[in-house]
Design a protein around this ligand. Structure first.
Ligand SMILES: [Zn+2]
Length: 70
């Protein structure tokens, strides 16, 4: 899956609430990310068209191998 790519192969962009002008589907939980909700955009550097929108906690918890932020 896309999210298995190494961190250096992904660009993580933070979307502020005012920038979230439409709803997206989060692949982590298959729930909507509501319009106006701050979230993350994960962009594979090799395939930017495959970017995904994630809730912050869903991205943080997609794998439990790397504890803590950053
Ligand atoms: Zn989610």
């Amino acid at each position: 899956m896309d999210e298995d790519l190494a961190p250096e192969e992904l660009e993580i962009r933070t979307v502020q609430p005012y920038q979230a002008r439409k709803a997206y589907l989060c692949p982590g939980c298959n729930q909507d990310i509501a319009e106006g909700m701050g979230h993350l955009v994960v962009v594979p550097r090799a395939a930017p068209e495959l970017r995904r929108h994630w809730h912050h906690p869903c991205w943080s918890h997609r794998r439990r191998r790397r504890p803590g932020p950053g």
